[in-house]
Design a protein around this ligand. Structure first.
Ligand SMILES: NC(=O)c1ccc[n+]([C@@H]2O[C@H](COP(=O)([O-])OP(=O)(O)OC[C@H]3O[C@@H](n4cnc5c(N)ncnc54)[C@H](O)[C@@H]3O)[C@@H](O)[C@H]2O)c1
Ligand SMILES: [Zn+2]
Length: 364
């Protein structure tokens, strides 16, 4: 088992990473010295596969869990779902010492974390992420929240979990497209922080795509280490944490104009990262050979690398980029690469340059 510690003073916690961890979940939770009552929040897809094992493991360690199942998919991150979950938590008589366990992908993690941050003014929270994206990204760092009609993640909190348990066996049932989408975040960590990780993914991609548990343990642990380090230095997203948004300025805009669901998040940010690499070449002299390495790695991972847009759609894309939460003072800021493994953030890029990079992908 690999353990990564997220160091945030009194809010520090461990991320435990290994195959087969769900069966030991009860014992891991028992170490936290919480109350016996708890709620497992999961979605329909994950619940039918893993809720029983989680439930049994908790019972075997003396806990009294109840189950809260929400519909699978982004729509569960809504005030309507939050409200019905609050009612269930109340019906199960959760108390101040009780805890909430999120069993699922990023949707469940964000929702359950929001419930934990707000119900009874805050209950302890344990994350059991079951998608690759959730294991390397959303379960670590304490951002929790839900969507409004006006936009994604508009209501939320910084609320750290007490423990994160990544069971690599859970990834075996993840649909192929979701797995590949998660790889886009994994590759991102290589580009923004760790050239060796990038090399390793290049070398061992076929094994990674076969979801080799040993390799996944090492890779997930490295990604969590990087996220932990970044979050440890900038918990509330005022500075360094921005580097995690490499490829996301364009990625979010793509998700936005295509209607959520057309592109999975990882697919949109794969396109965004290739575009950011090209911009890095123009603005910072990032080597052309490395732009090609990045593009080819995403392609080999089965991810899209360009977006074919007609002029009208491109205008919409620009408008969406300007609406991004990360925009300040009307300027579109980018995270750009200086080298593989090293990025800078807060770089303004002239709109004409963005146009040029996008136009190069045009069908003609
Ligand atoms: N809090 C953060 O810092 C942060 C960071 C990135 C993304 N997010 C959020 O995460 C969400 C996306 O998360 P996601 O990509 O994990 O999507 P998701 O939670 O919707 O999961 C994707 C799909 O896979 C299914 N699934 C999950 N685990 C499975 C398994 N082991 N086997 C079979 N099916 C499984 C789910 O039911 C769902 O249908 C978005 O709402 C995004 O805003 C949050
Ligand atoms: Zn992302």
């Amino acid at each position: 088992m690999r353990t990564v510690n997220v160091l945030l003073g009194s809010r520090s916690y461990a991320i435990k990473i290994a195959p087969g961890l769900i069966d030991r979940l009860g014992r891991e939770c028992a170490r936290l010295k919480l109350g016996t009552r708890c709620a497992i929040v999961t979605d329909t897809n994950v619940g039918k596969r893993y809720a029983k094992a989680v439930f049994n493991s908790l019972v075997a360690s003396g806990f009294s869990p109840s189950l809260v199942v929400v519909p699978a998919g982004e729509t569960a991150k809504s005030l309507k779902t939050v409200r019905s979950c609050y009612d269930l938590l109340a019906a199960h008589r959760l108390e101040r010492k009780s805890f909430i366990l999120a069993l699922g992908g990023g949707v469940v993690g964000d929702l359950a974390g929001f419930l934990a941050a707000t119900y009874l003014r805050g209950l302890a929270f344990v994350q059991v992420p079951t998608t690759l994206l959730a294991q390397v990204d959303s379960s670590v760092g304490g951002k929790v929240g839900i969507n409004l009609d006006a936009g994604k993640n508009l209501v939320g909190a910084f609320y750290q979990p007490r423990l994160v348990v990544c069971d690599l066996d859970a990834l075996k049932t993840l649909p192929e497209r979701e797995f590949r989408s998660g790889l886009a975040e994994v590759i991102k960590y290589g580009i923004i922080y760790d050239a060796k990780l990038f090399d390793q993914i290049e070398r061992e991609l076929p094994k990674l795509l076969k979801r080799d548990p040993q390799l996944l343990t090492a890779v997930v642990a490295r990604c969590c280490e990087i996220k932990a380090e970044v979050v440890g230095r900038d918990e509330t997203d005022d500075g360094l944490r921005a580097i995690l948004n490499f490829g996301h300025t364009l990625g979010h805009a793509i998700e936005n104009i295509s209607g959520y669901g057309t592109f999975l998040h990882g697919e949109a940010i794969a396109i965004g990262q290739v575009a950011a690499a090209k911009l890095s070449r123009s603005v910072l002299g990032f080597p052309g050979g490395d732009v090609q390495r990045i593009e080819s790695l995403f392609r080999r991972a089965g991810l899209p690398t360009a977006l074919k847009l007609k002029t009208g759609r491109r205008k919409k894309l620009f408008a969406a980029m300007r609406l991004d939460k990360k925009v300040s003072g009307g300027e579109i800021k980018f995270v750009l690469a200086e080298a593989v493994g090293r990025v800078v953030w807060g770089k303004s890029v002239p709109p004409a340059l963005i146009e040029a990079v996008l136009a190069a992908d045009e069908p003609g």
